[in-house]
Design a protein around this ligand. Structure first.
Ligand code: FES
Length: 122
């Protein structure tokens, strides 16, 4: 998986400023593809995670909390914290940092806790 970004304090290079850090792509390897975030087309590279592609596009708020409606975004970028949950192609609770971008996928912010489908086991 290509995490596709680097946190830098330098002002050199091309990238996105997210919070107080500047992000930039480490390399341009991978086919150029596009997907949609809340209707906005986002450019990415095959092998990018959804989280890294969104951060590079300057999007840092991925979900809101169930209790206080506080905004949350990726923290660990390695599948541990679950702060990056989004809805992808209608499926909630997807970890953006652990999901690779696919062409034309539809990603949306997740508001509060998504309903989980539980199935009775016989
Ligand atoms: S950023 Fe921590 S699980 Fe995705």
């Amino acid at each position: 998986m290509n995490y596709g970004y680097l946190c830098k304090t330098s002002l050199h290079g091309v990238g996105a400023v997210v919070g107080m850090v500047m992000l930039r792509r480490l390399d341009e390897a991978g086919e150029a593809i596009g997907f949609f975030f809340e209707g906005r087309e986002i450019k990415a590279r095959r092998g990018d995670s959804v989280a890294s592609a969104l951060l590079l596009a300057g999007i840092k708020e991925f979900r809101t909390t169930a209790v206080s409606d506080a905004k949350r975004g990726p923290y660990c970028m390695m599948g541990i914290c679950f702060e990056c949950l989004v809805e992808i192609d209608g499926v909630p609770n997807r970890q953006a940092c652990m999901t690779l971008v696919e062409p034309d996928m539809r990603v949306r912010r997740q508001h509060a806790a998504a309903e989980l489908a539980f199935h009775e086991t016989p």
